[in-house]
Design a protein around this ligand. Structure first.
Ligand code: 3PY
Length: 249
């Protein structure tokens, strides 16, 4: 049985006061630890604030990116080791906003995945197709290539430690969501890709759905056999919505 993970991707949103209220409300919401693992991923400057606020709760804190480098003259970069040093346990990698606005290639995502694993973080590796790619029937080829580029750089033990997030690009920030059947189909395919590298890991690696998951579609998505949780965008910024998604597990 794979335990569900509900992760909030705050993107570039928040402020000291808004985060304090949001985290206080989520913590007070009595997150049911028996149901799911819960994670929040604020922007870099707020990671230590979030770590401080969730102390004593079951909520984990992760970042939204890390460097391909360990340390050195890389102005503005943040290493995986630094994230682990301050107490983060996860890092989102290869989100489509990083891939499209920052030209992140599959190779860069693979290098960041290795950095994060070596630092002791759990990488959440995002894959997803554009609308054009879906409409031309290329979904499996696109997400398969994105995932394989990462898996071929990892050994069997490392493969077992990653989390994958399927985020159809056309469903990000658009309010459109893949139907549960569409999402399940891609998740099952991604699990087969993992199985072709490490059959045992395929049974345990979590594959999250991301792309406009919200309270009114979460339960149906989370009921699908191969959907092991959600990477939540906008709804993660509203305590009631985020708590409702956790409750829908
Ligand atoms: C969204 O739901 O918009 C996301 O991009 C989650 O990562």
């Amino acid at each position: 049985m794979r335990r569900k993970l509900i992760a909030g991707n705050w993107k570039m949103n928040g402020s000291v006061s808004a985060n304090a209220s949001l985290l206080a409300e989520i913590s007070a919401g009595g997150v049911d630890v028996a149901k799911a693992d819960v994670l929040v991923c604020p922007p870099f400057p707020y990671l230590t604030q979030a770590l401080d606020k969730v102390q004593g709760t079951a909520i984990a804190v992760g970042a939204q990116d890390c460097s391909v480098h360990d340390a050195g003259a890389y102005t503005s970069e943040v290493s995986a080791g630094m994230l682990r040093d301050v107490g983060c346990t996860y890092v989102i990698l290869g989100h489509s906003e990083r891939r499209s606005y920052h030209a992140e290639s599959d190779q860069i995502v693979a290098a960041k995945t290795l950095q994060s694993l070596r630092a002791g973080l759990t990488p959440i590796v995002c894959v997803g197709e554009t609308l054009e790619q879906r409409e031309s029937g290329a979904t499996d080829a696109v997400v398969g290539a994105q995932l394989k580029a990462v898996l071929e750089k990892l050994d069997s033990a490392e493969i077992a430690k990653i989390v994958v997030a399927y985020e159809p690009v056309w469903a990000i920030g658009t309010g459109k969501t893949a139907t549960p059947e569409m999402a399940q189909e891609v998740h099952a395919f991604l699990r087969q890709v993992i199985a072709s590298f490490n059959p045992e890991a395929a049974a345990t690696v979590k594959i999250l759905y991301g792309g406009s998951m919200k309270p009114d579609n979460a339960a149906e998505l989370l009921r699908q056999t191969d959907i092991d949780g959600g990477l939540i965008g906008g709804a993660a910024l509203k305590a009631n919505d985020f708590l409702a998604i956790i409750a829908a597990v």
